[in-house]
Design a protein around this ligand. Structure first.
Ligand code: NAG
Ligand code: NAG
Ligand code: NAG
Ligand code: NAG
Ligand code: NAG
Ligand code: CA
Ligand code: CA
Length: 594
């Protein structure tokens, strides 16, 4: 009998140990799992760019504002975007629509008050959304108090900007600029200040004087600006026009003529080779100082805006372990590589993706930008039939997608007459040239519903006209339609949270002139295959015949472009990969398990 009791006791003990081990394993596994998902927020979310003037007008004056954005917080949450980036909302005379800042720590009254800002930040955070602000460090407005004092040579502001004596005087006694440097917006980059009897330098408008980053005080002031907003709870910054931060110290040097066949206008920015006024080595030092500040806070992002034809210059802004810089410089290759539909092909798309991935430093994180406030709407650049396919592409690639407001419903460029033109860049080119330069067509009010002025405003006018197509093309209609760009976008935003996309591998099984395809796969999970027809014709493709890897015989349709109405590709249908029918410009998302 004692033997039996002993046995029972041992069994019991054994049982306890097993339970204990299981519990410990579970806790440990959970711990590991938790760690695995702890990637920074900006690697997990879509970044959605709001152009504040055009998103939603709450007070009825015809221009969007912070309370308007707040009223759409639920919309943004439902859309599934995760991070909201606001173009500049700071005090500004609006010569360059907010990219001319008169006070970096004050809210522009047109957009609201600091209380409105705090309310917006809280509303987004309450919903688990992050808020990123635009940081415009290269220049201020000429109406900034620093510049007003600098122009008077008042200390300590005298050297806050870049001042220079004239090279001489012409026959009429007019001062001659110190060198041939040009403004991005055309014409000399130097403007004469009567009050100080000197020129000041501006990479952009004369109303946007460049700050002098060789002055420690200026560097400190701008760091204070970053801290101000970080302390107020913003989740990071998108840094504007970074490559323009420094110019060479010796301003007696002229820039060389670029011999660009595109322009013979000596006042056009592209007439010169900008080796002395962009991407100077000191720029990286300053960006690194900003990085240090962000790193003193937890989980903040820095995205850098660097347009450059030379991809190596862009990649520098990722930094490295010893000199960490931005989390990523924006990837504009999907904008710059294709100006229109005839440039686009499966092979060209693949080349554009490779160009980024092959040049990106080891261990860094990619990002994909399809449009912004300086480039035409996606549907107008490439064709409306491609809208869904391109959203599928950028949302399902590994990396962070950046969506410009309105692209989720496929908004199009709006024709803006000369009388209605607002963009200073367009105005500089006059009645005959403005259409080629205007950025107004992609900045028109968000189309919320089919009521007067698209539900954008409660007032009776808008700062730019609403697109005529708003009666059919609007958020509300797309929410209620059986299928729409918006519904596809929301579905993609949900899908991309699946492990296959967050942790999976990437392959491109079929690439040709007309076809682009993207495979995301991960052992133990569903695979997803996006097939895209980049041509303007219907197409039937045998994926097996052209694939550079093994594909299963069939797959199930998950999503398809709104243009595809075929019976065979209704989501949920099984299709044969040897005969995939695609409408012109269609994106078809398929799934299969291995
Ligand atoms: C900016 O605005 C804030 C808030 O109104 C004010 O306290 C500060 O003095 C201003 N700074 C400058 C440089 O004008
Ligand atoms: C512009 O400058 C770069 C860098 O110095 C140089 O490689 C390039 O040849 C120059 N282009 C022209 C047309 O001078
Ligand atoms: C890191 O980047 C800095 C700035 O571009 C550069 O000077 C340095 O050589 C780089 N270090 C390494 C290890 O690549
Ligand atoms: C498309 O853009 C390219 C430049 O990238 C240009 O050469 C071509 O003429 C354009 N085609 C059309 C149809 O506009
Ligand atoms: C894409 C972008 O943000 N472009 C901006 C670059 O900076 C200039 C000057 O601040 C702005 O005018 C552009 O809109
Ligand atoms: Ca308003
Ligand atoms: Ca500068």
């Amino acid at each position: 009998m004692p033997n039996k009791k002993c046995l029972v006791f041992f069994f019991f003990l054994f049982f306890l140990v097993i339970i204990g081990v299981i519990v410990i394993c579970l806790i440990a596994k959970d711990g590991i799992k938790h760690k695995e998902t702890e990637s920074p927020f900006w690697q997990r979310t879509i970044v959605y760019q709001v152009y504040p003037r055009s998103f939603c007008d709450h007070d009825g004056d015809g221009t969007g504002d912070l309370q308007g954005i707040l009223s759409k917080a639920d919309y943004l949450k439902e859309l599934g975007v995760g991070t909201v980036w606001l173009s500049p909302i700071f005090s500004s005379p609006m010569a360059d629509f907010g990219y001319d800042v008169a006070n970096f720590t004050a809210i522009e009254p047109l957009f609201g008050t600091m209380d409105d800002f705090d309310a917006l930040r809280a509303a987004l955070h309450d919903r688990g959304l992050r808020l990123v602000l635009d940081f415009v460090p290269n220049h201020s407005s000429d109406e900034h108090e620093w510049f007003v004092k600098s122009r008077r040579k008042e200390e300590p502001y005298a050297d806050y900007y870049i001042w220079a004596d004239p090279k001489g005087f012409d026959e009429e006694g007019q001062p001659i600029p110190p060198n041939n440097w040009l403004s991005v917006f055309r014409g000399p980059a130097w403007t004469w200040a009567e009050e100080r009897q000197q020129f000041y330098f501006h990479q952009f408008l004369a109303k946007q004087p460049d700050l002098n980053y060789r002055n420690e005080r200026v560097r400190d002031e701008m760091k204070q600006v970053l801290r101000f907003w970080l302390d107020r709870g913003v989740d990071g910054f998108r840094v504007d026009a970074v490559k323009f931060l420094f110019e060479v110290e010796d301003i007696s040097q002229d820039e060389s003529v670029a011999n660009d066949p595109e322009t013979d206008d000596p006042l056009d920015y592209y007439y010169l080779n900008h080796t002395l006024t962009t991407n100077q080595p000191e720029t990286l030092e300053v960006v690194n100082e900003w990085r240090d500040i962000l790193d003193q806070y937890s989980d903040r992002v820095m995205m850098a805006e660097v347009y450059d034809d030379d991809i190596r210059q862009v990649m520098k802004y990722y930094g490295n372990d010893s000199v960490p810089l931005a989390d990523f410089p924006f990837n504009f290759l999907l904008i710059d590589s294709f100006r229109n539909r005839s440039d686009l092909s499966g092979a060209a798309l693949k080349d554009a993706l490779d160009l980024w991935m092959d040049n990106m430093p080891e261990g860094k994180w990619p990002n994909w930008v399809l449009g912004n406030h300086d480039n035409g709407r996606v549907g107008s650049r490439f064709g409306e039939d491609l809208i869904d396919a391109l959203n599928m592409l950028v949302l399902l690639l590994p990396g962070t997608p950046v969506t410009y407001y309105g692209e989720e419903i496929g908004m199009l460029n709006t024709f803006i007459s000369w009388e209605d033109t607002q963009d200073p860049q367009a105005c500089n080119h006059g009645l005959d040239g403005y259409e080629d330069y205007s950025r107004d067509p992609e900045r028109t009010p968000m189309q919320w519903d089919n009521s007067t002025l698209a539900g954008f405003t409660t007032g009776n006018s808008t700062w730019l006209p609403v697109n005529d197509n708003f009666k059919d093309l609007n958020v509300k209609a797309q929410q209620h339609a059986e299928k729409s760009h918006l519904k596809i976008y929301e579905e993609l935003a949900r899908l991309r949270e699946e492990e296959t996309f967050t942790k999976g591998h990437t392959a491109y099984p079929v690439i040709s002139n007309e076809v682009f395809s993207l495979l995301r796969y991960l052992e133990g999970y569903e695979s997803y295959l996006l097939v895209m027809n980049t041509s303007e014709e219907e197409l039937e493709v045998d994926l097996h015949q052209h694939a550079n890897m093994e594909l299963p015989p069939t797959a199930e349709v998950v999503l398809r472009s709104v243009t595809d109405t075929a019976e065979a590709t209704v989501p949920g249908s099984e299709i044969h990969l040897s005969e995939v029918k695609l409408a012109a410009g269609e994106g078809l998302l398929l799934t299969f398990s291995e």
